[in-house]
Write a protein that binds this ligand. Structure first.
Ligand code: ZN
Length: 333
């Protein structure tokens, strides 16, 4: 098994992407590089931001995985089965998404600008408008795994190396790390949105409402903007907009009622409508990252936009998913 010569360059790109909360949140997103019949991909539960600090890449038998995907073998949804070394890190649960691209290097991110468009009912039209002549594919939401990989393969964006995943994120591919990065930069620049400003949260009132278990994040934290805007607050309370929110913050959002003080056993964050946001003092790193993400995404959604939510069944399959329980446990440890 030869290490790809450009793996260090991919690690550098991964580390930079992972350090930007507007592109990657916590253990979300992943990168990969193919070398002959092996694909090196980020391991489940690890963070791209750590790419230069520790080993986050695992080798996968690409041919065997592609054969399982082509045959509709249910093992295609168990990427750990295809790890070249067993018992170590597990390949990302999104490994099959990378395997459908013939390009060597694949970058998958949960950019907040992309999400702000990909959660809209009119996502397809708005993306076409913003991406102009850039060929791309779009797939409606499906649970990450072999089903989504098949939809990506049929999206019409694989050859061009650009696919937007509805209610999920962006995949970009190129034959070299430089090519993939250049394309990624071009696409994300075309999708960039200006976040809506918000008024100052009432920090004294938030400290009182948070009780002993919750505290307000800093005044400029984007989640305050959700609590302070009636449209965004309603949008958050209506349900879950993308999978990592469900994995790390639970379904949708919860608001405190008028005068209510936060009690034990609540979700990682609470919205206090018209006042600001509260975050549980014991929230995991993943929950902190995804709480911020919700603020960053909704700040980029115009008020007239109609949004698509994950269905109760889609929320339930994410919460019950063993592979995700593993990713959550790694993040908590
Ligand atoms: Zn993803």
């Amino acid at each position: 098994m030869t290490l790809p010569a450009d793996l260090p360059r991919l690690k550098d790109l991964s580390q930079r992407l992972g350090a930007d909360p507007l592109r990657i949140q916590g253990p979300g997103g992943n990168t990969s590089v193919k070398e002959r019949d092996t694909m090196w991909i980020k391991a489940s539960g690890t963070e791209l931001a750590d790419a230069e600090r520790r080993e986050i890449f695992v080798a996968v038998d690409l041919e065997a995985l592609q054969a399982a995907m082509a045959a509709g073998d249910p093992r295609a949804d168990q990427p750990a089965e295809f790890a070249r070394v067993h018992g170590g890190l597990r390949p990302s649960i999104e490994t099959s998404l990378h395997a459908v691209f013939p390009q060597r290097v694949v970058v998958h991110a949960h950019c907040v600008d992309t999400l702000a468009l990909a959660i809209r009912v009119d996502a397809r039209e708005r993306l076409a408008e913003r991406l102009g002549g850039q060929r791309h594919g779009f797939t409606p939401y499906a649970k990450p795994g072999a089903t989504l990989a098949r939809a990506v393969a049929a999206s019409g964006g694989v050859e061009a190396g650009v696919v937007v995943l509805g209610n999920h994120g962006l995949i970009v591919a190129g034959d070299t790390v430089e090519q993939a990065e250049r394309l990624f930069d071009r696409v994300t620049a075309a999708l960039v949105a200006t976040p809506a400003p918000f008024a100052a949260p009432d920090m004294a009132e938030l400290a009182r409402r948070g009780g002993r278990l919750y505290a307000p994040p800093p005044v400029d934290h984007p989640l305050h903007g959700v609590a302070l805007s009636p449209y965004r607050c309603q949008a958050a309370l209506r349900g879950s907009l993308y999978p990592d929110h469900v994995i790390f913050c639970g379904v949708g959002a919860t608001a405190l009622g008028a005068g209510e003080i936060a009690a034990a056993g609540g979700p990682p964050f609470l919205l206090v409508p018209g006042v600001g946001a509260l975050i549980a003092r014991d929230a995991s790193a993943g929950a902190l990252a995804l709480s911020r993400c919700l603020g960053d995404v909704l700040a980029r959604v115009p008020q007239e936009a109609e949004l698509i939510y994950l269905t109760p069944a889609e929320n339930a399959e994410l919460i019950d998913w063993d592979a995700e329980k593993y990713r959550r446990a790694l993040n908590a440890s």
